[in-house]
Ligand binder design. Structure first.
Ligand SMILES: *[C@@H]1O[C@H](CO)[C@@H](O)[C@H](O)[C@H]1NC(C)=O
Ligand SMILES: *[C@@H]1O[C@H](CO)[C@@H](O)[C@H](O)[C@H]1NC(C)=O
Ligand SMILES: *[C@@H]1O[C@H](CO)[C@@H](O)[C@H](O)[C@H]1NC(C)=O
Ligand SMILES: *[C@@H]1O[C@H](CO)[C@@H](O)[C@H](O)[C@H]1NC(C)=O
Ligand SMILES: *[C@@H]1O[C@H](CO)[C@@H](O)[C@H](O)[C@H]1NC(C)=O
Ligand SMILES: *[C@@H]1O[C@H](CO)[C@@H](O)[C@H](O)[C@H]1NC(C)=O
Ligand SMILES: *[C@@H]1O[C@H](CO)[C@@H](O)[C@H](O)[C@H]1NC(C)=O
Ligand SMILES: *[C@@H]1O[C@H](CO)[C@@H](O)[C@H](O)[C@H]1NC(C)=O
Ligand SMILES: *[C@@H]1O[C@H](CO)[C@@H](O)[C@H](O)[C@H]1NC(C)=O
Ligand SMILES: *[C@@H]1O[C@H](CO)[C@@H](O)[C@H](O)[C@H]1NC(C)=O
Length: 592
């Protein structure tokens, strides 16, 4: 019955799709919609024109090296095969990545695929030959070379050989993303096309290209996180910074302290257990994405820690006396027990994520919270001989916490792994280098791009990850949730603002200290259901800024960006609309 229905549906689609009256002509770097006459009946479809016409062949992010893409030939979509070095550490990764690729190209040419092979006799097949130099590297690390090179050769009109050369699996995987963007469906003649002449040299400018995702303020289902990972891979983003926990909820299931999620998750089902975490990490890895977990502290802790006695100010009121948003909560650094628990929980994170770098959060500590905790102030004065000035809290107490906590992290890791911290009052202390040596700490900047203190951090030799909120916070521009105004970082950050947020402009002659950046989604006002439209396509705009470091601005990228948004939609991502469809079909007509 099901098969019968499918066959009927197939015929229905076959006989009811009309032929477009329009074709496209390539004018310099855009495609112009043109009425088809008998003289122009062999005109290009929009997808063909997009591939052949756009400078950079509509590839997103735009390649950094030479690009030649021409000579479209009809191919059989089901004919893609590959060869690679057998039986090495990465053979199964390559096989999986290729499997993802073949499914992806079917989605990109959309429903037409089940119309099957065309009747044309000279339909070519495609064979991808991988030459991957490092056959051992199966994890993305700081030094991973993600570059690749693609060359093709057409053999007697029947086989397109695609030669992919890459230093690592991760580069080869990016090559597959590029190739998938070059498989197009010609909706005038109902056939799948692929360029038989490709020469592309490509590799990213910045090595840290990420998204920071908060799953504490509102829970995000693993399924939605997988969608995010798919869209990231399609945009060649390589880092998911997972802000797993916060004051509002603790969805992470800790093996050593299961009470944290038992008390702190919104519900027993709104958790990330061992299997879920493992599945997501693997889902990310085959897509060229490392997952960096964050356990934010000493502020941004609350729910879940109720039974441990190491958190103070939890849900104190009025909340704006003790924190930046409800509920309040902060570790009490004087509690010795705190560090024992942290060592256990760090151990849980490390054994699951095996990260080469750990994010310890470290933002928005509230001094008044600490100063209002009598056991703590008593300890500071009587045990430590400190006073209770702001300097005592910032220069002594907070560094004491950071020192003790990082020692426990190192102990759990069995070595000194690099730590990331958000910028804060701590990182802007004059003597920050003594407290947080630049050789051990990376800083993630969330201040405005024009904040002069960014320059100071660079001069102090810190390596930075940029998440400056004036461009990269994707939660801005919605209504307030603690009052009825706009939210704190309004206005909305447009894709244009994001695209034009250039690290080189922010860092000037110290750009080499910028590892890269992350767009950030704090989920007070989003979650599973609005995730896609908050993130996409905007996070893809920054993906090109980081990959390509374009010398041009958003205006030169707009046509390609619209094309890329269509790809995300084809992958099942509910990416937000950014223009009427008319603009995509009538290129260069919507600009002011
Ligand atoms: C179509 O081609 C014929 C012959 O080349 C020419 O005379 C005619 O003007 C063309 N028509 C259009 C609409 O371009
Ligand atoms: C890229 O193109 C330029 C200009 O055509 C050429 O000089 C250069 O050799 C090419 N690079 C590679 C890697 O082919
Ligand atoms: C074309 O080349 C392929 C692969 O080299 C070969 O198998 C095939 O027989 C050739 N076809 C023709 C028509 O020569
Ligand atoms: C593929 O490219 C590499 C590097 O450019 C080259 O060494 C190799 O011979 C090529 N292989 C084929 C089958 O063309
Ligand atoms: C979680 O999975 C890892 C392997 O990925 C295993 O070593 C560990 O024991 C598991 N923990 C729990 C609580 O099941
Ligand atoms: C603070 O001190 C009081 C009295 O000594 C004790 O009952 C309480 O448990 C302490 N609180 C914490 C968080 O240690
Ligand atoms: C604390 O304050 C007193 C009085 O101002 C001062 O004499 C003392 O040096 C201060 N102690 C510390 C550790 O700063
Ligand atoms: C902490 O509280 C004491 C009084 O309880 C006050 O004298 C001091 O100024 C406060 N410190 C800060 C940094 O507010
Ligand atoms: C930064 O590093 C450079 C090179 O390692 C060194 O010469 C310089 O003194 C350092 N600057 C500071 C402020 O630590
Ligand atoms: C880098 O730029 C700053 C000003 O932005 C300038 O003071 C400094 O001399 C420059 N350093 C070098 C090495 O050019």
């Amino acid at each position: 019955m099901l098969i019968k229905t499918l066959i009927l549906l197939n015929f229905y689609v076959l006989f009811t799709i009309g032929t477009s009256l329009w074709h496209y002509e390539c004018l310099e770097s855009y495609c112009e919609k043109t009425l088809t006459t008998s003289n122009t009946s062999n005109g290009l479809s929009l997808s063909e024109c997009n591939i052949l016409c756009h400078n950079g062949a509509a590839i997103w992010p735009k390649p950094t090296g030479n690009v030649t893409v021409s000579d479209l030939v009809e191919i059989d979509l089901k004919s893609f095969t590959f060869t690679t070095t057998p039986q090495t550490a990465i053979t199964s990764l390559v096989t999986e990545a290729f499997d993802i690729f073949t499914k992806q190209i079917k989605k990109f040419v959309s429903c037409k695929v089940f119309l099957g092979k065309s009747n044309a006799i000279d339909v070519a097949s495609v064979q991808v030959v991988f030459n991957i130099l490092d056959q051992k590297l199966d994890l993305m690390t700081f030094g991973t070379d993600e570059s690749y090179r693609i060359e093709t050769q057409l053999t007697n009109n029947s086989v397109v050989y695609v030669n992919v050369t890459a230093p690592s699996f991760f580069g080869a995987r990016h090559a597959l993303e590029t190739l998938s963007q070059l498989v197009v469906y010609d909706d005038i003649r109902q056939r799948t096309l692929f360029p038989s002449n490709i020469f592309i040299v490509d590799g990213p400018i910045y090595s840290w290209r990420g998204i920071s995702l908060d799953t504490s303020r509102n829970y995000v289902t693993p399924k939605a996180i997988k969608r995010t990972l798919r869209a990231m891979a399609a945009s060649k983003l390589n880092t998911l910074h997972w802000h797993l926990t916060d004051t509002a909820s603790f969805p992470y299931v800790s093996k050593s302290h299961p009470e944290l999620s038992e008390y702190g998750a919104y519900s027993p089902s709104k958790v990330y257990n061992n299997d879920t975490v493992k599945t997501l990490i693997e889902y990310a890895r085959v897509r060229g994405i490392r997952v960096v977990p964050e356990l934010d502290s000493p502020a941004h802790v609350g729910e879940g820690w109720q039974t441990t006695g190491v958190v103070t100010c939890f849900n104190w009121k009025p909340w704006d006396d003790y924190c930046v948003e409800p509920p309040c909560g902060q570790f009490d650094p004087s509690q010795d027990k705190l560090y024992d628990i942290l060592e256990d929980v760090y151990g849980d994170f490390l054994s699951q994520f095996d990260p080469e770098v750990f994010h310890m959060g470290g933002d928005e500590v509230n001094v008044n919270c600490w100063n209002s905790t009598s056991n703590l102030t008593k300890w500071m004065v009587e045990e430590k001989g400190w006073n209770l000035t702001k300097e005592d809290f910032l220069d002594k107490l907070w560094p004491y916490f950071q020192d003790e906590a990082s020692k426990r992290l190192y102990k759990a890791a069995g070595k000194e792994i690099p730590i990331i911290l958000w910028t804060s009052e701590l990182t802007f202390l004059d003597n920050v280098q003594e407290i947080l040596p630049p050789s051990k700490y990376l800083l993630q900047v969330w201040e405005r791009s024009d904040d002069l203190r960014i320059q100071t951090l660079l001069e102090k030799n810190y390596s930075l990850i940029l998440s400056n909120y004036d461009a990269l916070y994707l939660d801005c521009g919605f209504g307030g949730w603690v009052d009825d105004g706009q939210n704190w970082c309004s206005p909305y950050k447009t894709w244009q603002t994001i695209y034009d947020n250039k690290p080189e402009v922010i860092a000037g002659n110290r750009t080499s200290q910028i590892l890269g950046g992350e767009t950030a989604l704090w989920t007070e006002e989003s979650g599973t259901n609005s995730l896609d439209s908050r993130l996409w396509p905007r996070a893809a705009a920054f993906a090109e800024t980081l990959w390509t470091s374009p010398s041009t601005n958003w205006e030169q990228a707009q046509e390609r960006f619209l094309i890329h948004r269509e790809r995300l939609v084809a992958l099942g991502i509910d990416a937000d609309e950014i223009q009427p469809e008319w603009c995509r079909r009538n290129q260069h007509n919507c600009r002011l």
